[in-house]
Design a protein around this ligand. Structure first.
Ligand SMILES: C[S@@+](CC[C@H](N)C(=O)[O-])C[C@H]1O[C@@H](n2cnc3c(N)ncnc32)[C@H](O)[C@@H]1O
Length: 202
């Protein structure tokens, strides 16, 4: 199974210790090195490969996921490692962003939302980012081999993410193929953006 819907994900979370691997996303590591400290909101945190990594480094982390199994696992991993992650079992498209954060992540999750919800989510992410804070967002692109087969998922157009961040400083934007190892090893085509909030941007 290379494309999982939410029901599949819920089941798969019970089968594997770390469904998406235990290593943090490389961009997350790079930006953590840059920021060194601060508050983080991880949207669609899964079992927490990024949230746990950042909390271990001393960041103040909030992780949100719609999956009960992911949230239970993240909670357990967090307790075992004696970390203090704030964990919310919520739909990110209905989430009230009550605080401002130094770093907001949405890694490999927006494919589950439609374009309107993505647009609203990114608006909220931007508003809830502190001045000089960072957003990291990744998603499947329409060059992914699942594009035509999975109308239920959202596939980004080339450069689409950049359009949301015209008033931020885009530190990095890439479109690339990666190997994914849940189930049989397979490729995905992804876009990623790392954008920094300039003073006063919305
Ligand atoms: C491919 S996983 C990525 C997990 C994590 N970001 C990572 O990089 O390891 C996508 C996650 O998004 C979650 N998700 C999907 N739709 C969501 C929604 N509307 N609100 C919150 N989480 C959602 C899924 O439960 C799943 O844990």
């Amino acid at each position: 199974m290379t494309f999982l819907d939410q029901k599949d994900i819920e089941k798969e979370y019970l089968k594997k210790k770390m469904l998406w691997g235990s290593k943090p996303n490389k961009l997350v590591v790079k930006i953590a090195d840059m920021l060194q400290t601060g508050s983080v909101l991880d949207l669609g945190a899964g079992e927490g490969r990024n949230a746990l990594y950042l909390a271990k480094r001393g960041f103040k982390v909030t992780g949100v996921d719609i999956s009960k199994n992911a949230i239970n696992k993240l909670s357990n991993f967090s307790k075992i490692a004696n970390l203090n992650i704030k964990i919310l079992n919520k739909d990110i498209s209905k989430l009230d962003f009550n605080n401002k954060f130094d770093l907001i992540l949405c890694i490999a999750t927006i494919q589950f939302l439609d374009r309107k919800k993505i647009s609203l989510l990114i608006k909220k992410m931007k508003l809830s980012t502190k001045d000089n804070g960072i957003n990291i967002l990744t998603g499947f692109t329409n060059k992914d081999r699942g594009f035509k087969k999975h109308p239920e998922l959202y596939f980004l157009k080339s450069n689409e993410l950049k359009k949301y961040y015209l008033d931020f400083d885009i530190l990095q934007y890439e479109e690339y193929s990666i190997q994914d190892n849940h189930g049989k090893p397979h490729q995905h085509h992804m876009a990623c953006i790392v954008a920094k909030k300039c003073q006063g941007a919305q």
